[in-house]
Design a protein around this ligand. Structure first.
Ligand code: FES
Ligand SMILES: [Fe+2]
Length: 353
């Protein structure tokens, strides 16, 4: 960012939940597929207006939305021209760094005609933007995944009254899994581990899925959770009974001090051995059954994720934030999570966690 965020008090308000509204880190603003070459999207992001565009050569840029000339919003009726975005008002063009490179009059661009650009990355099918309350450049990166054996991402999203720290706390709130989500036999497979901005925990649980699940005494699923800051969680799910594997992404992105867009996305592993899903399927010709299974499974997994995450909505939207929390045996490592999250805030020493 070319403008220091410290000069911009709107970037660090305290939310209704008592938390600084915008923890530092990477946040998803779109699936990468939502932004084709020549495409422009607009977002309300951390109390500001931003736009993302993809140039004709494929480079993505995320910049503040307002044209520094006379203030038009670049999210409405702008066009991508080559490697620039063109403002609809007087045809000033800005490159991917936000620098004005031409005007609609063929005159010299004013040297001060610069738009703040946000650090951004395309990672694992997502378009991510870095936010730091003091305007610091990215301090860590989201790891790349090998996506070769996986279907493209599909997603769903909701706007909610909540905060990324609150939704991400779900990953360590083991106690609510049986109560809110009705999972049985919740079993920790590995304890919470943290390294810098990365948090890892894994567990298994069982739940009946329809009549088949009930008859089999519930289907066991294993979850390994990789949290990279408060805006990006990857859950690797395995359902050994059906040999199904999928990557679930849970992506809360602040809209303003009170609201987030909660985006969930799924990338399922491509099925190659139908007989492992059910022995009867192994007798069918693969060219017949594989396309059907590969069409059915990704939306099935997304439906399951959307169903589960929606069970938390009423609680998230109406709860308050208590710090420090009063914890009980059976809660899971919420206390250690609250210690870990402190690193994503700065400039708010009065806040307790
Ligand atoms: S307001 Fe954008 S070119 Fe004039
Ligand atoms: Fe939950």
């Amino acid at each position: 960012m070319t403008t220091l965020a410290l000069d911009r008090p709107e970037l660090h308000p305290i939310s209704r939940k008592g938390l600084p509204a915008y923890p530092n880190g990477w946040y998803a603003i779109a699936l990468a597929s939502e932004l084709p070459r020549g495409g422009v999207v607009r977002r309300h992001f951390m109390g500001q207006e931003i736009v993302a565009f993809r140039t004709q050569s494929g480079v993505v840029s995320v910049i503040d939305a307002y044209c520094p000339h006379l203030g038009a919003h670049l999210g409405y009726d702008s066009t991508v021209e080559g490697e620039t975005i063109r403002c609809p008002f007087h045809y000033f063009c800005f490159d991917t760094e936000g620098i004005c490179v031409s005007t609609g009059y063929g005159t010299k661009p004013p040297p001060k005609a610069i738009i703040s650009a946000w650090p951004s990355r395309e990672k694992n099918g997502l378009l991510l933007v870095w936010h730091h309350v003091e305007g610091a450049p990215p301090e860590w990166e989201i790891p790349d995944l090998d996506t070769g054996d996986y279907h493209p991402l599909i997603n769903r999203q909701w706007d909610l009254t909540s905060h990324p720290q609150e939704t991400t706390e779900n990953s360590v709130d083991i106690g609510h899994l049986a109560i809110v989500h009705k999972y049985d036999d919740v079993e920790m497979l590995s304890d919470l581990n943290t390294t810098g901005p990365y948090l890892n925990v894994s567990y298994a649980m069982r739940r009946g899925a329809g009549l088949a699940g009930q008859l089999m005494g519930g289907i066991r699923s294993e979850f390994e959770i990789h949290v990279h800051g408060l805006g990006y969680s990857l859950v690797e799910v395995k359902i050994p009974r059906f040999n199904i594997e999928a990557r679930l992404f849970v992506l809360p992105t602040p809209i303003d001090a009170e609201r987030i867009t909660l985006r969930v996305a799924v990338s399922a592993r491509k099925v190659t051995q139908p007989g492992k899903i059910h022995s009867a399927l192994g007798f069918l010709p693969k060219p017949l059954i594989l396309p059907i299974l590969n069409r059915m499974i990704p939306p099935y997994v997304l439906d399951g994720l959307a169903h589960d995450v929606q069970q938390d909505f009423e609680i998230w939207q109406h709860k308050v934030y208590f710090a420090p929390p009063i914890l009980a045996e059976g809660d899971g490592p919420v206390g250690r999570y609250r210690q870990w999250v402190k690193q994503f805030y700065c400039g708010n020493p009065a806040t307790s966690f």
